[in-house]
Design a protein around this ligand. Sequence first.
Ligand SMILES: NC(=O)c1ccc[n+]([C@@H]2O[C@H](COP(=O)([O-])OP(=O)(O)OC[C@H]3O[C@@H](n4cnc5c(N)ncnc54)[C@H](O)[C@@H]3O)[C@@H](O)[C@H]2O)c1
Length: 364
Amino acid sequence: MSERITVDLGERSYDILVGAGLAVQAGKWLAPLARGPLPVVTDANVARLHLAALLDALKQAGIDARPIVMEPGEATKSFRGLEKLCTELLATGVDRGGLIVAFGGGVIGDLAGFAAGVLKRGIDFAQIPTTLLAQVDSSVGGKTGINTVEGKNLVGVFHQPRIVLADTGVLSTLPRRQLLAGYAEVVKYGALGDAAFFEWLEANGSNALAGDAAAIVYAVAHSCRMKAGVVARDEREAGVRALLNLGHTFGHALEAATGYSDRLLHGEGVALGTALAFRLSAKLGLCSGQDAERLIRHLKAVGLPTEIADFPGVRPSADVLLEHMAHDKKVKDGKPTFVLVRGIGQAFVTSDVPIKAVREVLAG
Ligand SMILES: NC(=O)c1ccc[n+]([C@@H]2O[C@H](COP(=O)([O-])OP(=O)(O)OC[C@H]3O[C@@H](n4cnc5c(N)ncnc54)[C@H](O)[C@@H]3O)[C@@H](O)[C@H]2O)c1
């Protein structure tokens, strides 16, 4: 039971395969792409749980895999992490005709993808995402990069992978909180552009999260299908790709206000941000209160935060959050850009939002 989605980008097109057990079949998919040594970049958590099985599979396919194990956590996505990784990649002898594998969550995918994009002026890479967030979002679409002291993801390149192998089986070892954070991005796809998918999630989302194999494959594959469709139309975010930022203007402000700490994971910020975007849309008369309620009810039902008061510690004030929004990298002409909705599945982008209404939603 696996699904295949093509990201249609002309000569840079690639397939995303979604299914249980894909990591141990990776040799079959990577052998045609790999020449010479094959660096496999991962983090220590994923290495402990899943690396031996992947290396075995690659060995059986006759591939000379060279594991590189990084520290887990966001701090690895940095100039220091990049330097260390580039040194280790160069030591493997991988050259421009070779392939680099990113085997991990969004941190490893973004870092290894960026290293692949700049090392020797560009080496192909493959994604084997191991978190739900990475499977439905960060491994697809070619955004790669690192964080700096000035902010997140400010240094990076667009570098599309040659293939994405989303093995839903490896999600069984993911901590529940991380699984839920990834699920926020799944809900986001329904909320921004597919009311029927949102309805499916209302009925089946809890089963998918509880490990129902068919349900999780469908949820991941459908999310990838939606992202692939958007990326094919707007690879570099000149237009429609911005819709994927539903919940992110609020979410990024909340993440910044909580110091990108464990208090609020990125996906939790997206859940809360999506709830706030729906509340703001209802307040402005753009969408019905019932649609906002329905969105919030589903996020709550699975255990995601929907109120600023839902996460621990001192609550950031509306002023602090507005200040962070003013510094968001997506600010245009001094005005933050919002993705708002006319209903479930009907998102649009606007910078024309009265700050008074935003403040009221943040203080509410
Ligand atoms: N490039 C993009 O388009 C894009 C989109 C969204 C997010 N991101 C980036 O993604 C990053 C967040 O990604 P993430 O949420 O995957 O975080 P992550 O990579 O830090 O993974 C979360 C945690 O789960 C562990 N883990 C990974 N797979 C596991 C498994 N199968 N079993 C047990 N533990 C496992 C990791 O070691 C880590 O501790 C952020 O840096 C964010 O900026 C990028």
